[in-house]
Design a protein around this ligand. Structure first.
Ligand SMILES: *Cc1c(COP(=O)(O)O)cnc(C)c1O
Length: 538
């Protein structure tokens, strides 16, 4: 994108960053996207910096017990590559000064990220930056005050000039309260300060699930000190009552985006009862290729034999990885389906097992093997039951179904390179984007997916992957599930399996088409260009 002098300077605020598997600062897709955003910004030499929190324990580590159930465990991680900026800022939380130490992270070929940390001797509230998404109430508010209010203060103290504040998710919205407070302390009225703040802020919304859009009671925010000098009326004007973080972000920004075209439609419908300045525009997510895509695959995809052998190497690496972790030896000549996702009900992780009369013969007669991975949120019992059921299936079909515990970037990378098929069967339209499918597609792993999230933008059925069903939606989830299940089995039995075993040259052509049709369209360079054109410079 060339000379960066004319590009606005951006501070990107996010609760989590997925930079490298062992740097436990991420939970899932949001963090991976943020990590990729920072790496892409560095590659392109764009004037973007990140603001985040340095988590002591990160997100939960998942352990599968002898009883086949998932358990949460937390470890204190220490990192020797964090650079001390020497800067500390203070945020008043529950009437107490909380000191936030500011670390700098540049180790992963990423644009500089500043991470705030309250785990220092001068604090009583060292726990605030302990667990990522551990809690929902006062603790979450305290964390978000550190990110938003502390983040802006850190920028001032570091002496970094910023033109655009990008809130990646509503978690960061308290930063706007600090931007408003700054202007009011210089004599502006609330209305004027809000108007000026709006010119500086952009916002990305990520979830079409209602409960994923955090709300807090106003009395709790007041007690925590999150009003940051504003009045109750002003807070309600911004975020409603209760205070909704997404609504607030929509009202303090000049422009907001959703993370796929379909998601933009869903998001605008979802917030149609709220008035905010402009419609939410789509900027489809993307991935950082050097992180996620095997260089051999990209180099050789024009040559069918070389592509196939590079793929088989990735598949064998995955099989070896599984053997080392789980003791199960999968067969490189049997079609391998990968599925790793957060265990949330709408993702329907155990969907493929719904009709035993269909799935059992495929798994027992060596037509199919499936590898799963995925964590449930520590407080989500429904999600944990889904994980338990996947583990149960791995015991039911010990030679053809595997559950890899503790889904992380490494597992994500192994699976999106080494599987033959990437299965995605969410209840439409609840999957906002789904970047794992992009990783798979560029590695020549064929997507078999519901037409949700990013997939309608890429899918060319039978050419570069497959769609499950026809985009059917229903308010009646039973009806939707029945419809989608029929479609899943139909395309699996009539197209995917026969192509794999009887028409290998067509399969390889599809792999080539998968790579060709996605490698630029869903690369982080395209995405960053859009962020600049449609959001930062808008
Ligand atoms: C890519 C990735 C994600 C996001 O994938 P989805 O398709 O949104 O589920 C989440 N977690 C990890 C570890 C990843 O690598």
């Amino acid at each position: 994108m060339g000379n960066n002098m004319k590009y606005p300077r951006v501070a990107y605020f996010c609760m989590e960053y997925g930079l490298q598997s062992e740097f436990k600062q991420y939970a899932g897709g949001l963090g991976i996207l943020a990590g990729d955003h920072m790496k892409g910004a560095k590659d392109l030499d764009l004037p973007i910096i990140g603001i985040g929190i340095k988590w002591k324990q990160g997100y939960t580590d998942q352990m599968i017990g002898k009883d086949g159930k998932p358990y949460d465990s937390y470890h204190n991680y220490e990192y020797d590559f964090l650079e001390d900026t020497g800067v500390k800022v203070t945020v008043k939380i529950r009437q107490r000064d909380v000191v936030c130490k500011v670390w700098k992270v540049e180790k992963f070929n990423n644009a500089t990220i500043y991470m705030l940390d309250t785990d220092i001797p001068e604090n009583e509230d060292t726990w605030i930056t302990g667990q990522l998404y551990g809690w929902f109430g006062e603790e979450r508010i305290a964390q978000e005050m550190v990110l938003g209010i502390g983040g802006v203060r850190a920028l001032r103290k570091l002496g970094i000039d910023i033109d655009v504040y990008h809130f990646n998710e509503g978690h960061a919205v308290f930063a706007a309260l600090e931007l408003i407070r700054e202007k009011m302390s210089e004599g502006e009225s609330f209305e004027k300060a809000l108007e000026l703040t709006r010119k500086q802020v952009v916002f990305t919304t990520h979830t079409p699930i209602k409960q994923g859009n955090e709300e807090h009671p106003l009395d709790r925010l007041q007690y925590m000190g999150a009003f940051n000098g504003l009045t109750l009326e002003q807070m309600v004007y911004i975020g409603g009552a209760p205070f909704n973080m997404t609504v607030a972000a929509l009202r303090v920004c000049k422009k907001a985006n959703a993370v796929a075209k379909l998601h933009a439609e869903t998001a605008n419908a979802m917030w149609s009862h709220v008035d905010y300045p402009a419609p939410i525009i789509p900027i489809t997510n993307a991935i950082h290729k050097p992180t996620w895509v095997d260089a051999n695959i990209l180099a050789d995809y024009n040559n069918p034999e070389k592509l196939w052998s590079a793929h088989m190497e990735n598949k064998k690496n995955l099989i070896k990885f599984i053997k080392e972790r789980n003791g199960v030896e999968l067969d490189p000549d049997v079609l391998l389906i990968g599925f790793s996702r957060r265990a949330a009900p709408y993702k329907r992780s155990d969907f493929i097992f719904s009709d035993e009369s269909i799935i059992r013969p495929l798994l027992e007669n060596k037509k199919l093997q499936i590898v799963f991975s995925g964590k449930a949120h520590p407080l989500d019992d429904t999600g944990k039951n889904i994980v338990s059921n996947l583990v149960k299936m791995s015991k039911e079909y010990p030679n053809s179904v595997v559950f890899l515990e503790n889904y992380d970037m490494e597992i994500g990378m192994m699976l999106t390179r080494g599987a033959d098929i990437w299965l995605n069967n969410p209840r439409k339209p609840l999957e906002a984007s789904g970047t794992s499918g992009m990783k798979a597609a560029m590695n020549g792993v064929l997507n078999l997916s519901i037409l949700d999230g990013w997939w309608p933008e890429a899918c060319n059925h039978g050419i570069n992957g497959w769609q499950i069903g026809d985009g059917f939606e229903s308010k009646d989830t039973k009806e939707q599930d029945a419809h989608d299940l029929k479609s899943l089995y139909k395309v699996l039995l009539e197209e995917v399996i026969p192509t794999y075993y009887n028409n290998r040259s067509k399969w390889i052509e599809m792999m080539q088409e998968s790579i060709k049709s996605t490698k630029d369209a869903f690369s982080i360079e395209r995405m960053l260009k859009e962020y600049y054109e449609k959001l930062y410079m808008a």
